[in-house]
Design a protein around this ligand. Structure first.
Ligand SMILES: Cc1cc2nc3c(=O)[nH]c(=O)nc-3n(C[C@H](O)[C@H](O)[C@H](O)COP(=O)(O)OP(=O)(O)OC[C@H]3O[C@@H](n4cnc5c(N)ncnc54)[C@H](O)[C@@H]3O)c2cc1C
Length: 603
């Protein structure tokens, strides 16, 4: 059942306690509670997602500016971004970050709900990094197939054949619903046509090729966005995994509005080299009562790439010197906790569209409150219209041409270095403001195999007691974004590729349709002044072999360093950043993690 106060829970002892009802945590809660003899508790800091229109309507995001469903974090000043801090949105709601959307200054958020599984090279690299072939592409297929099902787009007769009629398309028969965009605009067909023209030209061949299915193992190419939506509604880990379990089973409880503050070591182990952590201390406010909840089998940390390392550090598990410097008792010296943090850099370029055919961009709608209300009303009554689909219908993944002796920062030739996304209107992300008039094409370029790395630390600079503040105070988040020259050069290449793309006949044939941006936009200065991130932080508790000094979890996702009873299952375990949008990869690793946990708890 769903509880709003830990004091109301029917018991303080469960077989498993999952921290975080997010993308990964809900998969774990669902799969572990399939066994009716096991009791599962999920502790979630955020709010219930029920009835929040802005969570469920694909195009929209919460209209309560950065408060209701977000942790509202920011990075420390980023030297690679001329010392700017950038936002770090993280879901604070059932479903975690699978329930929330990208920021926009006008609309608060934009959501792309991109569904990309990453390449076969990516998964094979995880098998190498962990020493476990079970994470490789072939071995992971059964788990990937458990996650999602392609469903037809209800209002879209014009797009490629309904996915279900094409058995060669990926996805399987799992609970997350995936659809092609609910409608296509005429700008979308320009993207497809441009890709096909460039594909047939000798010089660029498969750098811009058209691809029907981004999720078949080779991610390079341009194609329609598979979105995590079904029937015009967002499909999140809450709607797909958590609510069905909660509604149908009595062995799973969820307590919301409740933060895990630290893991508690079994007192008998405190001075042993092997230490079991068998309980979680939780609180609903910084000064409120603390409750101890016990896990007789395992604690699964699924608090995400920010929340999970923060909790480990607050529990005394992390680099000894850093933990002690924050005033926390060091229990396990595990050097990698909070290291290897990385996100994808993202840059927006706007093109003015001088004479759009009516309804080809969303600009008119999103600057007019009454048109917004009509669109919400249309979505509410029939799950159709502008807000029934993500604001980007097409995306492309590209490789940067590498010199023969240049190391490849990606996991292999089927993985991308850069990405381009197209939006049919002005996407006011970052510092950009929605213009009061005009029509636009927004082009997003991103570096998906960045080489820059950052870190996460507890914040002892405020003078407040770090242990007392616990997870009510934000850690110091440093992505180190754009600190490596390779990443800047890759972004420059992506901008050049966007120019090449928009220089093709489908865009130029309609004379005067676009005014390209000022050429100074393709400069390092422009990049450093305007880059934000794609909100894909990963790697802060990475999986690795025993000899890997920064490995935090082993190949079965158990915390290393002699810790017993604790696993990490979320985006923090990735050894390297997926060269794609990561949610599908996270669901997939969570499906396998649930299987591993079951195998290790048969008796
Ligand atoms: C705005 C935005 C848009 C995105 N768009 C896309 C996209 O289009 N496609 C894509 O593939 N990916 C996208 N992503 C990335 C993707 O959503 C995340 O990488 C993924 O959801 C992370 O999953 P996770 O399980 O690691 O963490 P999360 O889903 O973030 O779950 C962590 C959960 O733990 C809870 N929690 C944290 N700390 C505590 C604590 N101390 N106590 C209790 N609970 C706690 C949080 O509230 C949250 O519910 C987007 C992310 C954001 C933020």
């Amino acid at each position: 059942a769903l509880y709003t106060d830990p004091a109301d829970l029917p018991t303080t002892e469960y077989d498993y306690i999952v921290v975080g009802a997010g993308t990964a945590g809900n998969v774990i809660a669902n799969r572990l509670s399939e066994d009716s003899s096991r009791r599962v508790l999920v502790v979630e800091a955020g709010v219930d997602d029920t009835g929040i229109v802005t969570v469920h309507a694909p195009f929209l995001g919460p209209n309560n500016q950065q408060t209701l469903t977000d942790w509202n974090y920011t990075t420390v000043p980023q030297t690679g971004l001329n010392n700017r801090s950038i936002t770090v949105p993280r879901g604070f709601v059932l479903g975690g970050s699978s329930s929330i959307s990208e920021y926009s200054t006008f609309f608060d958020f934009f959501d792309f709900m991109v569904w990309t599984q990453g390449s076969s090279d990516l998964f094979d690299s995880y098998a190498d990094a962990s020493g476990d072939p079970g994470w490789g592409w072939d071995a992971i297929q059964p788990f990937w197939k458990k996650v999602s099902t392609l469903v037809p787009s209800p209002n879209n007769p014009t797009l490629p054949p309904p996915p279900s009629s094409d058995p060669t398309l990926s996805n399987g028969n799992g609970p997350v619903q995936i659809a092609l965009p609910n409608f296509a605009t005429e700008l979308d067909y320009r993207v497809i046509n441009a890709s096909q023209i460039l594909q047939s030209s000798n010089t660029t061949s498969d750098r811009f090729k058209y691809t029907q299915d981004m999720n078949g193992g080779d991610t390079i190419g341009f194609g329609f966005n598979q979105e995590s939506t079904g029937g015009g509604e967002r499909s999140s880990s809450a709607t797909a995994y958590l609510w069905p379990a909660l509604n149908e089973r009595d062995n799973v409880d969820v307590v919301i509005g409740t933060r895990a503050m630290r893991l508690v070591v079994d007192e008998c182990d405190r001075y042993n080299s092997q230490k079991r952590f068998g309980a979680v201390e939780v609180a609903q406010s910084v000064d409120g009562p603390r409750t101890i909840l016990n896990a007789t089998r395992e604690i699964v940390l699924s608090a995400g790439s920010i929340g999970t390392p923060q909790l480990l550090l607050l529990s005394g598990i992390g680099p000894k010197d850093e933990v002690e410097a924050a005033g926390v008792e060091s229990l396990v010296n595990l050097k990698g906790v909070g290291k290897n943090l990385v996100d994808h850099p993202l840059l927006l370029t706007y093109y003015s569209v001088s004479a759009p055919p009516a309804s080809s961009t969303f600009d008119d709608t999103i600057r007019n409150p009454s048109l917004i209300n009509s669109a919400i009303s249309e979505w509410s009554t029939s799950r159709s219209g502008l807000f029934s689909t993500a604001p980007t219908s097409l995306l492309g993944f590209m490789r940067v041409p590498l010199a023969s002796d240049e190391p490849d920062p990606s996991t292999g030739p089927k993985s991308a270095h850069t990405e381009i996304l197209f939006l049919d209107g002005f996407a006011a992300l970052g510092a950009a403001k929605q213009p009061s008039e005009g029509y636009f094409l927004s082009v997003i370029t991103a570096v998906v195999s960045p080489t820059s790395r950052g870190s996460l630390l507890l914040d002892s600079t405020s003078g407040l007691n770090v242990t007392q503040q616990g997870t009510f105070s934000q850690p110091l988040i440093d992505y180190g974004i754009m600190s490596e020259e390779w990443d800047v050069n890759a972004m420059l290449q992506a901008l050049e590729d966007a120019d090449t793309f928009l220089g093709t006949e489908p865009w130029g044939a309609v004379s005067g349709l676009f005014n390209t941006t000022d050429s100074s936009s393709n400069s390092e200065q422009y990049i450093r002044e305007n880059t934000i991130s794609v909100y894909h932080p990963i790697g802060s508790a990475k999986m690795g072999k025993a000899g890997d000094k920064l490995a935090v979890v082993d190949e079965r996702l158990r915390v290393r360093g002699g810790v017993k009873g604790v696993r990490v299952v979320d985006a923090s375990v990735f050894p390297t950043i997926p060269e794609c949008h990561p949610q599908a990869v996270i669901y997939t690793i969570a499906e396998r993690a649930a299987e591993l946990i079951k195998q290790d708890n048969v008796l």
